[in-house]
Ligand binder design. Structure first.
Ligand code: NCC
Length: 276
């Protein structure tokens, strides 16, 4: 239950969360005319392994952090949703290897997903809150947002850019791990992009540094480093079980508490760098 140690938690994640993406051979996609737009192999076959990786949350506490150089020194950098680098280089760096987006970002007008150059750097990975069953057919018929329509449009406009879709088993297997390690019942909503991206990078990298997921001394109600919008729920969670995700990451952290305080930095081992 709730008392498991860091190494036990890491082994649970490694053993119970399958990290994979949609491929054209999976039903129901295999019988759809656009299946060939999906990458032939899962992301974990095509990318990495990397030595060191940075996961850059979008938290307002990154503002005036001066972490840009440190972030860029990693072999791969993951960013989220519509988080920009241009104009924020000193604090968040310039390198984008992977961008993980929720389906809302792909669809809502304000993000201009199909036309903005913000999305043209690196490899794209999208996810959508799927029904708890993780059944692909069931999900296909009732996605939270029309992720597959947008996916096809984007792929046709930008055929050269690698673009993957997370298999929904990942979100719910991860959710199960959060619930299994908390004393109380948590809301049955998928984990935030932040935790999904962290676990994705743990499968691709030897060491993962996550920035401002556990807030530093710069902790603020400013939601994002790139927007003048204040809401404590961005850091504490509302829809996503974010507080519980952060509790889990805190318990798995191999770095010093001091690094969280000064740099907002957590250190996690890649799944291939420990045995269970
Ligand atoms: O805000 P969001 O997340 O894009 O942030 C990416 C990840 O960074 C971590 N974070 C962010 C802000 C903050 N103050 N503290 C943090 O720890 C979280 O781990 C977060 O996942 C998402 O998870 O996809 C989310 O997306 C937004 C929104 O859809 C996009 O930004 C596009 O506008 C959601 N906000 C709303 O729906 C209003 C947010 O709940 C989750």
């Amino acid at each position: 239950g709730p008392k498991r140690t860091g190494p036990e938690l890491l082994c649970q994640l490694k053993g119970n969360v399958r990290i994979t993406t949609l491929t054209p051979d999976l039903k129901p996609f295999s019988s759809l005319p656009w299946a060939s737009l999906l990458p032939p192999r899962p992301l974990t076959f095509d990318l990495g392994p990397f030595k060191s990786c940075a996961v850059v949350t979008s938290a307002g506490s990154l503002k005036r952090s001066g972490l840009g150089k440190e972030i860029d020194s990693h072999d791969a950098v993951l960013r989220f949703n519509s988080a920009p680098t241009v104009g924020y280089e000193k604090d968040v760096g310039t390198k984008t290897t992977v961008r993980l987006m929720n389906s809302q970002v792909m669809v809502s007008d304000e993000h201009r997903f199909l036309s903005s150059s913000l999305y043209s750097a690196g490899i794209l990975v999208a996810w959508d809150p799927a029904p708890y069953s993780s059944d692909l057919g069931e999900w296909y018929n009732r996605t939270d947002y029309p992720i597959f329509q947008q996916y096809q449009k984007y792929r046709r406009l930008h055929p050269q850019q690698p673009f993957y879709i997370l298999h929904p088993c990942m979100e719910w297997q991860l959710w199960e791990r959060i619930q299994a390690n908390m004393a109380e019942a948590i809301q049955r909503n998928p984990p935030s992009s932040g935790l999904l991206g962290t676990v994705l990078m743990m499968s691709l990298c030897e060491v993962v540094h996550v920035y401002e997921f556990l807030p530093s001394r710069r902790k603020t109600e400013l939601c994002h480093y790139y927007q003048r919008y204040y809401d404590a729920a961005c850091t504490l969670g509302a829809y996503h079980p974010l507080l519980y995700e952060k509790n889990l990451v805190k318990r798995m952290n191999l770095g010093r508490d001091r690094d969280i305080y000064t740099h907002g930095r957590v250190t996690l081992p890649g799944f291939n760098s420990f045995n269970c």
